[in-house]
Design a protein around this ligand. Structure first.
Ligand SMILES: [Zn+2]
Length: 106
């Protein structure tokens, strides 16, 4: 297993698929900003397990592979998910307030 970095694109070459090259964007680490990210791929009976680790601060993702890493480390993705969660929370709070008022009246 080896990775070759080209700008912010990692080319992932697994031993199993030696001739298959997968170009995938890998976000820099959200904790320290380092873009030297290690990707380990190994196989177990359930399939490929991908562990992604920042070489600088050891920030690690074991769930969801590169998509999982990007969901936790790409600032735009993290921000967008937080905003969505915040908007959902606002709706939930508003509905709970309405429910509380309705129950108070009846
Ligand atoms: Zn880091």
């Amino acid at each position: 297993m080896r990775t070759i970095k080209q700008d912010k694109i990692m080319i992932l070459v697994t031993e199993k698929y030696q001739k298959v090259k997968e170009k995938t964007y890998v976000a820099p680490c959200i904790r320290c900003g380092c873009d030297d990210i290690n990707i380990d791929v190994y196989e177990d009976k359930y399939g490929d397990i991908i562990t992604i680790t920042c070489k600088n601060c050891k920030n690690e993702t074991k769930k969801g592979g590169i998509v999982g890493w990007n969901n936790e480390n790409d600032i735009d993705v993290v921000l967008s998910n937080k905003i969505k969660a915040f908007e959902n929370l606002k709706v939930e709070i508003s509905e709970l307030k309405k429910l509380k008022n309705k129950r108070r009246i009846s």
